[in-house]
Design a protein around this ligand. Structure first.
Ligand code: OXD
Ligand code: MN
Length: 589
């Protein structure tokens, strides 16, 4: 008798009409074949899917150029289709499930004609953990099949675990016509289904990532008592060898990957990497919060990544062996067949093709797309924590939330307690980046960096955070960071990167109540005496400036937060309105 997966795959194949169906086993041999297909056989928009790169300098690496209209997440075409619009919330686009399925069925009819349909069974999370989620995605491009093998635990083991059960999460993906007018990323939380057509871009097409592990998973977490968050997970080892674990949420393209692999400027401190994008957080039997990363790979922003800013990542990208490394929409050095992007080296190599494969002329445009990406296995990362594969995850001492703010928000501050932390996280704003297809540099509210990824009403999401806080016997402290504050001349006040260890050190010491802080209206900022300045290359006054609170300039922040909160009407928890009133009173005194 056919299993549930077989029945579903047959049904999808009847609708999409691929020329062949290939069940992926996740083997290296299969990956080699997928690469060969991508180089020699499969075409997207008339162009090969992969170009081989210099394997001496970048072992097992390949370049993929996507369609120029398909280079970032498309939030305007992303829908969360709960039966009730109210459940979906004003933070998401909504369509009634029947209507959405009608549209998707129409767009999917025969959409894989002439292409192979790859069936990808995978597990999000450690298969031995009770929180692991069994999933199956189908796709019609070797790029997605190969990327999913890097990003998830994909292959026969996953298929065996799924067996004949029906409880797996389904992902149906086709690049379709690559036409923005025929592109949708639809989520059906009630059916455990994601249906995406018309885009091959990571966040729209690698369905294990944002679609399943954040949008669907956040809804599962709401119902089951846990959190799916847009967070990195790191361990900070101090000179005595103690390791404390932190999670940090920053919006897309705001330096999460750099923070996850930070090379400390302070002697004796080391950062261990557990994840650079997604964390699932659960309450442990000990009443603490435990985090694990459901993914197996990094899908990071290339521009800005260099031996100076993130040497660990560059080394990771050069360590392709069993798993390939994929570059998407970077430039290509035609003399050496190496990938290139802005800041990788200080000068342009003399002969470059830009991200679209055209001859690059400096000064005219960017060589690499600002949202060009790399895809690499975590197993290639020299700073991968020994705890990465621990099914229990790691216990969290502190939560960091942050945004990209050129003014107002201090380098770091601590919230007064869990409820105040949730409130401050709920009103958090950030300037938009190239990770999504919209104008960059616009300030928008992005609570917990989850605005594009929360699969239900954010008012209920805030209540869920409050509820989790009440259940924790030892709730982690909640901190806020902003690496991006600028001075009056538009220069960054804080050097960032390896120096961010100073901020992490202060945070860890605060979780142990051993470093000092000064109370302000918005929270606790470092007492300069407790902040490690030794060896720092900027004047102490500048550091103090990064901690400063311009109390008179918060009007706009409060107004924006107020209208953002209003959108959620009765779903907004009363506790956050109370916190708002307290802050407003303090700032207006
Ligand atoms: C990502 C994103 O790809 O946040 O991680 O856009
Ligand atoms: Mn992300």
């Amino acid at each position: 008798m056919a299993s549930e997966v077989e029945k579903w795959v047959e049904e999808v194949a009847r609708q999409t009409e691929p020329k062949a169906v290939h069940w992926c086993d996740g083997s290296e041999q299969e990956a080699r074949r997928l690469i060969e297909i991508g180089i020699k056989e499969e075409k997207i928009d008339g162009k090969p899917v992969f170009t081989e790169l210099n394997h001496t300098k970048w072992p097992n690496s390949y370049l993929h150029r996507s369609h120029p209209s398909d280079v970032a997440r498309t939030e305007n075409l992303t829908f969360i289709c709960h039966s009730s619009k109210e459940t979906t919330g004003p933070n998401n686009n909504w369509m009634a499930p029947e209507e959405a399925k009608k549209i998707m069925s129409r767009l999917s009819r025969g959409c894989m004609k002439g292409r192979t349909m790859y069936v990808l069974p995978f597990v999000m999370g450690d298969p031995d953990s009770s929180s692991a989620k069994l999933c199956v995605q189908v796709t019609d491009t070797s790029y997605v099949a190969l990327s999913m093998r890097i990003m998830t635990r994909m292959g026969s083991t996953a298929l065996n675990r799924i067996g004949k059960q029906s409880g797996f999460i389904k992902g149906l993906h086709s690049i379709g016509a690559l036409d923005p007018a025929r592109r949708f990323i639809m989520h059906f939380p009630e059916d455990n289904l994601v249906w995406s057509i018309g885009s091959g871009y990571g966040g729209n097409a690698l369905l294990g990532k944002k679609c399943i592990s954040l949008r669907l998973a956040s809804w599962m977490g709401f119902n089951e008592g846990w959190l799916a968050e847009h967070m990195i997970i790191i361990g900070i080892e101090d000179p005595k060898g103690n390791i404390d674990y932190l999670v940090a949420a920053l919006p897309s393209a705001c330096g999460k990957t750099n923070l996850a692999m930070l090379r400390s400027s302070l002697p004796g401190y080391k950062v261990w990497t557990l994840g650079d994008d997604i964390a699932w957080l659960r309450i442990g039997e000990d009443g603490r919060l435990w985090a694990s990363n459901p993914e197996m790979g990094f899908f990071g922003v290339a521009p800005g990544t260099s031996p100076n800013t993130n040497p660990v990542m560059v080394e990771t990208l050069k360590a392709g062996t069993f798993y390939p490394t994929i570059f998407t929409n970077t430039a290509l050095d035609t003399d050496t067949s190496e990938p290139w992007w802005e800041d990788l080296t200080s000068a342009y190599p003399p002969h470059l093709l830009d991200w679209q494969g055209n001859k690059f002329i400096p000064g005219q445009n960017k060589a690499a797309h600002p949202n060009s990406r790399f895809t690499a296995s975590v197993l290639q990362c020299a700073t991968l924590s020994k705890k990465f594969n621990d099914p229990a995850g790691v216990p969290i001492s502190g939560i960091i939330l942050g945004g990209r703010r050129s003014n107002l928000i201090p380098l770091v501050y601590e919230s007064f307690d869990w409820q105040h932390g949730v409130f401050s996280g709920a009103m958090m704003g950030s300037e938009t980046t190239a990770a999504a297809a919209h104008k960059t540099g616009i300030l928008r509210r992005d609570p917990m960096a989850m605005l594009p990824f929360c699969g239900y009403n954010m008012g209920d999401y805030f209540s869920h955070w409050l509820k989790i806080g009440k259940k924790l016997r030892k709730a982690p402290k909640i901190f806020f960071v902003n690496w991006f504050r600028k001075d009056a001349d538009g220069k960054f006040l804080w050097p960032g990167f390896g120096e961010n260890i100073r901020v992490l050190k202060w945070i860890i010491e605060r979780t142990k109540e051993i470093s000092g802080a000064k109370e302000t209206h918005i929270g606790l900022v470092p007492d300069i005496k407790s902040f490690e300045l030794d060896g720092l290359n900027i004047p102490k006054e500048n550091v103090e400036k990064t901690f400063s609170i311009d109390e008179g300039k918060w009007d706009n922040e409060l107004n924006e937060a107020e209208s953002f909160f209003e959108k959620f009407g009765p779903h907004m928890p009363a506790e956050l309105h109370e916190e708002f009133d307290i802050l407003e009173k303090k700032l207006k005194l």
